[in-house]
Design a protein around this ligand. Structure first.
Ligand code: GDP
Ligand code: MG
Length: 268
């Protein structure tokens, strides 16, 4: 990466970028974690540059919140790729077998060199708050990594033994300066809410959901319109006007917690 591009980054992201560029040299493969609801927008092009030609397994995390039929399409499009729910051990069961398949050729190479006992090292990388640490915890069967529902909880690289011969490296999330899917990243919680106008965000989300799942908005709010929804719920300001800000928070919370059903915003 040339330094002109790196200088675009805010300080802590630049540090993350450098750390990933360094760590990539120490690993045999990478699990690139995407959000199953927004596989396009959650794929960091910069990470692609860092991964280069290393074996890569794509993980569509938060599959519990995504539309299963859309996930099935993405699994085919992005292969080798598995779907996962990072918060439970049963939700990550496809990952280890997929990694072993991905690394079979390399393993054989090591065995021929008499290094069969060598442990395989896999980096887990992706945007902030996509579930990297949760996935690793579920794979390791213990609470090895700190997880929290906000970006930038994992600050330093952390190793964790998943099983005999397989070690995984947790990494801090990497965003890039001007993500094209900024709106989708914000509604799914990868970018801090405070950076964006909540009402605008909720309005855009309602418009988009109105196009894909209109009946769900009708069922929950009686309308696809923010102001109408606020009035319908009796969310009012002192003068009797609709409290759109309060309604916007409710809509975003409903979406993020799955109360609007399983939703995928991007299809292949
Ligand atoms: N619904 C759901 N929530 C998840 C899943 N994986 C992670 N989370 C939640 O997403 C938030 C961020 O997880 P974390 O592992 O800290 O993300 P990281 O920043 O990528 O390491 C936490 O609140 C997790 O409980 C998943 O598959 N489904
Ligand atoms: Mg983390």
């Amino acid at each position: 990466m040339d330094s002109a591009r790196v200088s675009w980054y805010p300080g802590h992201m630049r540090k993350t970028l450098r750390a990933l560029q360094d760590d990539i040299k120490r690993v045999d493969a990478v699990c690139e974690v995407l959000d199953a609801r927004i596989p396009f927008s959650s794929q960091n092009p910069e990470l692609g540059h860092i991964i280069g030609s290393k074996p890569r397994l794509i993980i569509l995390n938060r599959a519990d919140l995504a539309d299963p039929s859309a996930t099935a399409l993405w699994l085919r499009r992005l292969a080798p790729c598995v779907a996962a729910v990072g918060t439970s051990p049963s939700g990550v069961r496809d990952i280890e077998p997929a990694l072993r398949r991905l690394l079979a050729a390399l393993r054989e190479k090591y065995e021929k060199k008499g290094q069969g006992g060598r442990s395989m090292k896999v980096m887990v990388a992706g945007i902030p708050n996509v579930g990297k640490s949760s996935l690793i915890n579920s794979l390791c069967g213990r609470r090895a990594q700190k997880t929290e529902n906000r970006p930038a909880v994992t600050r330093k690289p952390q190793w964790c033994g998943v099983s005999r011969g397989l070690d995984m490296l947790d990494t801090p999330g990497l965003l890039w300066p001007k993500p094209e899917g900024g709106f989708h990243l914000a509604v799914t919680g990868a970018v801090k809410d405070t950076l964006l106008d909540t009402s605008d965000l909720a309005r855009s989300l309602l418009a988009e959901l109105g196009g894909i799942y209109p009946e769900r908005l009708r069922d929950r709010y009686g309308t696809a319109e923010l102001r109408g929804a606020a009035l319908g719920r009796g969310y009012l300001l002192r003068g009797g006007e609709a409290d759109e800000e309060r309604m916007a928070l409710a809509v975003l919370d409903d979406f993020r917690s799955g109360k609007l059903g399983r939703v995928t915003l991007e299809t292949p």
